[in-house]
Design a protein around this ligand. Structure first.
Ligand SMILES: *[C@@H]1O[C@H](CO)[C@@H](O)[C@H](O)[C@H]1NC(C)=O
Ligand SMILES: *[C@@H]1O[C@H](CO)[C@@H](O)[C@H](O)[C@H]1NC(C)=O
Ligand SMILES: *[C@@H]1O[C@H](CO)[C@@H](O)[C@H](O)[C@H]1NC(C)=O
Ligand SMILES: *[C@@H]1O[C@H](CO)[C@@H](O)[C@H](O)[C@H]1NC(C)=O
Ligand SMILES: *[C@@H]1O[C@H](CO)[C@@H](O)[C@H](O)[C@H]1NC(C)=O
Ligand SMILES: *[C@@H]1O[C@H](CO)[C@@H](O)[C@H](O)[C@H]1NC(C)=O
Ligand SMILES: *[C@@H]1O[C@H](CO)[C@@H](O)[C@H](O)[C@H]1NC(C)=O
Length: 221
């Protein structure tokens, strides 16, 4: 009996430690790799207009460890502090991951690391986190994919959610997620999300519901 009690106590304790471990490591299940269309970011930015860089290229917003029950979590985990990156990587990130709103690229990278990267550090250390993001960006040129499908910036034309998704899906073989922003009555394409598995290697289908209103045309400008 005593032995049963102590082994039960042991199990309870082990489970408690297991829970602590899960919580402290951030518990992501997959990654969302988010790319933004800078003109939309800038159009709705509250930062001073003279600092904006509305590049006509999809650029990285971030690589976000995610789980299905709470897509905005985990975030702001207790990980290592942002360290200065090697010069070669910096020059790659300056093209792929610029801060288009206020021009301080380092601050943007630091903010994304602190908010998101720290929550997947058991999978990707800091160098890997930024290297992996860069190679994800390199692997598909969304600007070109859309251009080839005749989806090009236009002040007047709009597209259906499914038109944009299928153009991308044809190239990547995986379902992306679109995110939109509203400016008055116009729904603007803002971001394209690719999903990756736990190790951030294999691209998978995104299966969340749309981040845009499905029954309203999407403007890309
Ligand atoms: C898009 O990115 C490519 C590659 O860096 C660059 O050559 C080109 O100038 C960029 N285009 C625009 C409009 O920003
Ligand atoms: C999702 O993340 C939240 C917040 O970190 C966490 O409480 C929850 O347990 C996670 N769910 C899964 C399935 O990992
Ligand atoms: C973060 O982790 C470090 C080292 O593991 C620990 O010393 C520190 O107390 C933790 N901070 C918080 C806010 O949990
Ligand atoms: C850019 O941000 C970094 C990191 O937050 C900071 O150390 C640096 O002073 C900033 N640079 C400028 C020019 O504001
Ligand atoms: C992506 O494609 C666009 C449109 O063809 C082009 O302007 C841009 O330079 C390409 N970006 C890269 C990094 O090759
Ligand atoms: C876009 O079209 C050009 C010209 O036909 C082709 O060379 C290129 O591979 C296409 N790119 C994509 C991403 O489909
Ligand atoms: C998305 O897929 C995951 C893994 O297959 C599953 O756990 C989750 O419930 C799915 N979510 C939705 C909204 O279908």
């Amino acid at each position: 009996m005593a032995m049963l009690k102590s082994s039960l106590a042991f199990l309870v304790l082990a489970f408690a430690f297991f829970l602590c471990f899960i919580m402290s490591t951030g518990s992501h299940v997959y990654f969302q790799f988010v790319q933004q269309w800078p003109p939309t970011t800038c159009r709705l930015s509250s930062k001073p207009r003279y600092k904006h860089r509305p590049l006509q290229n999809f650029t990285i917003h971030g690589l976000w460890p995610s789980n299905y029950s709470n897509p905005t979590k985990p975030s702001n985990c207790n990980g290592s502090q942002f360290k200065i990156l090697p010069p070669q990587l910096i020059s790659k990130l300056k093209i792929s991951w610029p801060d288009v709103e206020s021009g301080n690229d380092t601050r943007f990278w630091e903010g994304e690391w602190n908010k998101h990267g720290t929550c997947s550090e058991q999978t990707l250390n800091q160098l890997q986190y930024f290297e992996r993001s860069y190679s994800m960006w390199k692997s598909y040129n969304i600007t070109e994919i859309l251009k080839n499908a005749s989806i090009i910036p236009s002040a007047t034309q709009t597209w259906k959610y499914s038109d944009i998704v299928s153009a991308i899906k044809t190239a990547t073989k995986r379902t992306p997620l679109l995110r939109c922003k509203w400016d008055k009555n116009t729904q603007l394409l803002h971001e394209v999300v690719f999903c990756y598995g736990y190790n951030a290697i294999k691209q998978i289908d995104c299966n969340r519901t749309a981040g845009c209103k499905n029954n309203v045309g999407i403007s890309f400008q």
